[in-house]
Design a protein around this ligand. Structure first.
Ligand code: HEC
Length: 244
């Protein structure tokens, strides 16, 4: 019995993913999926600063009710385009072919980005903080974790302009050592971090709206299986008692 319990408790240990090495490190956004206000702000920034180019074509506006907004609030403040309805998917009017021509590549749909990118919300958070001035690029900016990115730094007005301190390693490869704020934007660095975090929180929620629910149900399922295991184990003992 002791051995079995030991095996079982090992099996129940949460399986934690191990980060694989390589590439610049991600900053932790410390995302809290119960922080409804962060998601509300993130949704507002998304509609204002991102939806011109990016869609969330698997997410409906009305699902913003899950983080505390009312249908009226969504209708008044968050529809990208007034011809859309609260029940519409979060699309835009950009023709992918034209976009591909402007940016070198069409802006991808962002519904699942937080699940596709290793690091999830932390990746998005770090990405939004890693644009720096690079005059060799079409939009005058590059990105530390997404080299030669096709996206302009759309939040530059808020963050300001960062410049990279470039370092050459022993193999002669150049890489970005750190970023320095050369020209401040409208927000302080702390305020800008909060904007990046709000957007990352919103996009993490959108990528898996049922995450908290899934974890809650998962806990009870595991508990049930555990109790059921004990009952069946005792029952087996009882049945086999007379056989030996
Ligand atoms: C002017 C158009 C434009 C706007 C506005 C814009 N983006 Fe982008 N974005 C792009 C393009 C183009 C790419 C693809 C870059 C590439 O593949 O080189 C991209 C890529 C991305 C990616 C990487 C996706 C991936 O996994 O490859 C993320 C994340 C992203 N954008 C987030 C945002 C957020 C958040 C905002 C709003 C703050 C925003 N974008 C606003 C054009 C835009």
């Amino acid at each position: 019995m002791k051995k079995l319990i030991a095996i079982l408790s090992l099996a129940l240990l949460p399986l934690t993913g191990f980060a694989s090495g390589g590439g610049p490190e991600l900053e932790s956004a410390d995302i809290d999926l119960t922080d409804q206000e962060a998601m509300q702000r993130g949704a507002k920034y998304f509609v204002n600063y991102c939806q011109g180019c990016h869609t969330l074509k698997y997410f409906r506006y009305e699902r913003m009710q899950d983080f505390g907004l009312t249908k009226e609030q969504i209708k008044e403040n968050l529809l990208f385009d007034k011809t859309q309805k609260v029940g519409s998917l979060m699309t835009n009017n950009m023709a992918p072919e034209a976009a591909a021509e402007w940016f070198g590549t069409a802006p991808p749909d962002l519904t699942l980005t937080a699940r596709l990118r290793h690091g999830g919300g932390d990746w998005i958070y770090t990405y939004l903080k890693s644009f720096y001035k690079d005059d060799s690029r079409p939009f005058g900016v590059n990105n530390v974790i997404f080299p030669n990115v096709g996206m302009p730094h759309v939040l530059m007005e808020l963050q300001g302009v960062q410049e990279a301190v470039i370092e050459t390693d022993e193999h002669g490869n150049k890489h970005v050592k750190e970023l320095k704020l050369a020209k401040p934007g409208r927000l302080s660095p702390e305020e800008y971090d909060q904007v990046a975090k709000d957007l990352a929180t919103f996009l993490t929620h959108v990528a898996e709206p049922m995450k908290l629910e899934r974890q809650r149900i998962g806990f009870w399922v595991m508990l049930f299986l555990f109790v059921f295991f004990i009952v069946s184990f005792l029952l087996k003992k009882e049945y086999w008692k007379d056989v030996h």
